[in-house]
Design a protein around this ligand. Structure first.
Ligand code: BTN
Length: 324
């Protein structure tokens, strides 16, 4: 994992507006030579940033980016978070951490080995989307993973909808969707001991502003917040809203269980009342989606019978159109 040194952070903060900045202006600001500015630009490029230079004009990014502001985040949601410039995967970083308390969070500007469910890669370009993982400990193993992953989806979707407008929906168990396209995903992993409290890592990835050069690497229909809401989204404020909502929801889940979230989940279900096909490696079931029940099961109605579906590794498609 990496953090930019203060001078590179300042440089990046200047470039974030997407305008030209001359080597001279940047050099004066940081009391550095133009040669050393040029060397530092090469370091920023190594993070995947497309910094380009034009003779006589200076350096710029092809478009503005919104950077994570660690001190602003700490001031609003507490000191128990870290922001890194580059990590392998924020989930893996928490897995390797020595001692953690419920609610601890790590965020990253980019991930070099971001992971999705079912062993997929999560495309994580620098400064573009939101990538974070939160640690949570539950007293009992009972329905922990399934319940927690559903609760996380509700918390994240509601936080966005309350802030920016009601447009985000859920696809079972916890994909964030908008009009048949994936906006974000959640990777919940259990770590540690077989008995006693359960340690859980909840990884959240949300598309904010997809860089054109990354779009082709995403292997399913996707959407980002910038497209949905037609505006540039402040990633620090987004992290603030989503992390606070998630911490609150997990405390409520620990207290009252999944029952407190079932109505919200069903209201946000993008397939409710629709014909769906539920597939896993071995079989395929067709039915009408009837949302979830208090134990996290998905209800599928077919031929007057309701089947309860468990397990987070099934994929779900609308009857005729593949939705990914
Ligand atoms: C999915 O496949 O839908 C789940 C995607 C989860 C991605 C997030 S990004 C932050 C955290 N770190 C990871 O490596 N994955 C999760």
């Amino acid at each position: 994992m990496k953090k930019l040194d203060p001078a590179n952070q300042l440089l990046l903060a200047q470039l974030a507006d997407g305008r030209f900045h001359s080597g001279e202006e940047l050099g004066e600001m940081l009391s550095l030579s133009r040669a050393s500015i040029s060397k530092r630009m090469a370091e920023l490029r190594r993070l995947g940033l497309d910094v380009f230079s034009v003779k006589g004009k200076g350096y710029r990014l092809p478009y503005p980016i919104s950077l994570l502001d660690e001190s602003r985040l700490k001031a609003s949601i507490g000191e128990n978070l870290q922001v890194w410039s580059e990590v392998g995967s924020t989930n893996d970083l928490l897995k390797d951490a020595a001692s953690l308390t419920s609610g601890d969070v790590v965020l990253a500007e980019c991930q070099t080995a971001g992971r999705g469910r079912r062993g997929q890669t999560w495309v994580s370009p620098f400064g573009a989307h939101l990538y974070f993982s939160l640690f949570w400990q539950l007293d009992s193993r009972h329905a922990a993973l399934q319940g927690l992953s559903l609760v996380t989806g509700v918390a994240v979707a509601k936080a966005i909808n309350d802030w920016l407008g009601d447009a985000v929906r859920l696809k079972w168990p916890n994909d964030l969707y908008h009009n048949g396209r994936k906006l974000g995903g959640i990777l919940v992993e259990m770590v540690g001991q077989a008995n006693g409290p359960v340690n859980i890592i909840i990884g959240v990835g949300l598309n904010v502003a997809m860089p054109p050069e990354s779009a082709s690497r995403v292997d399913q229909p996707w959407v980002d917040l910038q497209q949905i809401y037609g505006q540039q989204v402040d990633r620090t404020e987004l992290a603030n809203k989503v992390i606070s909502a998630l911490r609150e929801a997990l405390a409520l889940f620990a207290d009252r269980g999944l029952a407190a979230f079932v109505d919200d989940w069903n209201r946000l279900d993008c397939f409710w009342g629709q014909a769906v096909v539920l597939k896993n490696e071995k079989s395929q079931q067709v039915g009408i989606c009837r949302g979830i029940e208090g134990d996290g099961a998905l209800l599928l109605e077919a031929g007057g019978q309701v089947t309860r579906i468990y397990g987070g590794e099934l994929s779900m498609r609308s009857h005729d159109n593949a939705l990914g």
